[in-house]
Design a protein around this ligand. Sequence first.
Ligand code: PMP
Length: 451
Amino acid sequence: MQTRTWNAAELIRKDQAHHLHPLSNLYRLRQQGPLVLVRGEGAWLWDAEGNRYLDGFAGLWNVNVGHGRRELAEAARAQMEEVAFVPTFFGLTSPPTIELAARLAELFPDPINHFQFTSGGAESNETAIKIARYYWWLKGQPERVKILSRQMAYHGIAMGALSATGVPAYWEGFGPRPPGFIHLTAPYYYRAGEGMTEAEFVAALVRELEETIEREGPETIAAFIGEPVQGAGGVVVPPEGYWPAIAEVLERHGILLILDEVITGFGRTGTMFGMQQYGLSPDIVSFAKAITSGYLPLGGVGVTDEIFDVLSSVDRMFMHGFTYSGHPVACAVALRNLQIIEEERLPDNAREAGSYLLSELSELLDRPYVGNVRGKGLMLLVELVADKATKAKFEPSFQLASKLEQATRTRGLIARCTPEGIVLAPPLIITREECDFLLEAVAGALEDVLG
Ligand code: PMP
């Protein structure tokens, strides 16, 4: 394929001069500059100097169908030529938005049958939280406003979603946060379940939930929000029995369940949605990322028939929405993307490739610094510790994350390197050979940094 040539040094210079990067170390970027990626094909990316990398993080957990899919470019082009934008405010809409809502109603388990769209995950969670509160307000229970969330949760960084997020590093310097959010213990068995069996740990988490509801008063709680498998907070795969037990308590107290499927939706865990792994029946779901495989920004929420009935039973405006809610081009791309996910049976590949990677990565557990390896489908984490017996973390001065980032990139792999270890979430189209490349790069990078 004919590819453009780029002046890497010039691009880096301009980026350093003018681009204020999100979620990046701005201090280091001023010295080191960015990695400029110019092309993608399948599971691979190329930088401006022509180096090739396996995209071990699928963009940001979202490029499920892989890079360079012409079908999606064609879907976008066709819709732009038809009409690029019409709003969904004031009762307006367009065919792709209608068709996408109808398609999602088929894909999500009943009774999730009604959808509103956004541009991404944080907006989706803001919408979910506001719908939960509005539902109770309309039902004559306006005091039901509190939101239960969990430590290690990542629900986005807009103000409301930020309050639901349970990783304090995201809060620092941005206070005050909106009040009314309560964080429960994450189902993180490796650390929080120390000294307990999995069943005892689940029982303790359920007790904590019961006590919290008792203390706050169920009549003040609107909803519980949770990712089926926690992603950015540290790939926390809940122990057996956790979700059904939590859902039972919530239902008993009339508390709505919001599932954040922003990462887990559209195949990543090995089923179309994460809720199907745990037999969950939420009241509200939020989604984004892989609904378009990242080709255009799109997110949304789905609600049950019951919630829709309450919202649409009053003769008044629903005063919530974004300019780009239901963007026709993004919806057209989403429809084509969902077709690819189904035709190519990508959830099945996520399950198969994921279980191969999990079992191969588990071989690393015999190394003194690999504390835990866990995952569900193609959401995986190799957790690293300075001392296996005490599970002590590496000192910040060791700069584990940036050393690993350097080492993985040198070996042709883009992975998410954190102070906890290496997070992997490759595109769902990944082949066995590409899995082996990824495994070799991870094992090699660990050896480079930790011996
Ligand atoms: N929820 C979850 C579970 C996420 O992982 C993310 C993003 N990583 C978000 C919400 C926020 O999505 P966005 O960055 O599109 O706002």
